[in-house]
Design a protein around this ligand. Structure first.
Ligand code: NAP
Length: 301
């Protein structure tokens, strides 16, 4: 099969298309013929070698954490899925940007989503749900999402609105209309956040989710009043020092199923800013690495 690979850590110039052996699913896994793969910040962080101490790879490696496609092989000890089913989900830290990929967590892709939307829903939805859950029931509460316009932030805004929250979300001004279209009251990140949020929520903010790791975690704690009502998916050091919830993405099929159900109900529509052809994966990585994606970037196969 054809796969994008890198043979050494470093920049996007290391990304090449190689002919490689096809992967096969192990126990509890399925293989999909990939229709689209997601591109996430973890892809370039791992590729660059910056996180090699925590996430060491065997090189060469195929980038890509999530994908969507049609099931074409089923591993042992798997039930509830058939050959030909259209699914989306997650494999390992690498492996998705290829003609075939193995998934260890998946859910049926809603007919309402095209392939890019299904591919863009994997890591974003499980991370958003994992970040929101420690904050408790959201119905009738006011949630602040720091970094609302990115992949995880956009999913978190949509899912929190679906759970009945009033959502305030931060982004640069060019993304304010976008945030409003997702159902959030937009404001700008950076100095003066507490004052801007107080104007939007005169009765206060109950809970906050950080997806930006911009150094604002202490401000979020001050805005909601206590660390137990804040969670982050991105600021590991801040979470440890401030005592806020840290949520790492889980390959959790129940989270994927919840996202898919919201998709079928029209309450979670993965937002795709741009889809790159397979041969232009390096350009997709460069685009994501700039840190200003609106929603998701995906690769089509
Ligand atoms: N713990 C985990 O398992 C896990 C899983 C997934 C992601 N993550 C991490 O979570 C973070 C977000 O991931 P993602 O996929 O959502 O990234 P992303 O899509 O690349 O995020 C881009 C967004 O970040 C916004 N942004 C940039 N600087 C900001 C700032 N100072 N304050 C607030 N927003 C800012 C941008 O908005 P503007 O363009 O308007 O500036 C843009 O919309 C990354 O650090 C990622 O590595 C962790």
């Amino acid at each position: 099969m054809r796969a994008v690979r890198y043979h050494q850590y470093g920049g996007v110039e290391n990304l090449v298309v190689d002919e490689v052996p096809e992967p096969h699913p192990g126990p509890g896994e399925v293989r999909i013929r990939v229709a689209a793969a997601g591109v996430n910040p973890v892809d370039w962080k791992v590729r660059s070698g910056a996180v090699r101490d925590f996430l060491p790879l065997e090189l060469p490696a195929i980038p890509g954490r999530d994908a969507a496609g049609v099931v074409d092989e089923i591993g042992p000890d798997v039930s509830g899925v058939d050959l030909g089913d259209r699914v989306f989900g997650l494999g390992g830290v690498t492996g998705a940007t290829a003609e075939f990929a193995v998934l260890s967590a998946w859910a049926p892709a809603p007919d309402e989503w095209d392939d890019a939307q299904a591919a863009g829903a994997g890591l974003a939805s499980v991370t958003a749900i994992g970040g929101l859950n420690p904050l408790g029931p959201l119905h009738g509460r006011t949630l602040l999402v720091e970094g609302g316009a990115g992949g995880v932030g956009s999913a978190a805004v949509e899912i929190a609105v679906a759970r009945g929250a009033t959502v305030i979300a931060t982004a640069s001004e060019r993304n304010h209309a976008y945030l409003a279209s997702l159902g959030a009251a937009p404001t700008t990140y950076g100095p003066g956040l507490a004052e801007r949020v107080a104007r939007l929520a005169p009765n206060g903010v109950d809970v906050a989710l950080d997806t930006a790791a911009s150094g604002s975690l202490a401000d979020l704690v001050a805005i909601v009043g206590e660390p137990g009502r804040v969670s982050t998916v991105a600021d590991h050091a801040g979470a440890a020092s401030l005592g806020v919830h840290l949520a790492n993405a889980e390959n959790n099929p129940a989270y994927l199923a919840e996202a898919a159900e919201l998709g079928r109900e029209g309450r979670y529509t993965p937002q795709i800013e741009r889809t790159f052809p397979f041969a232009e994966t390096a350009d997709a990585h460069t685009y994501v690495e700039r840190g200003h994606v609106r929603g998701k970037v995906t690769i089509s196969l």
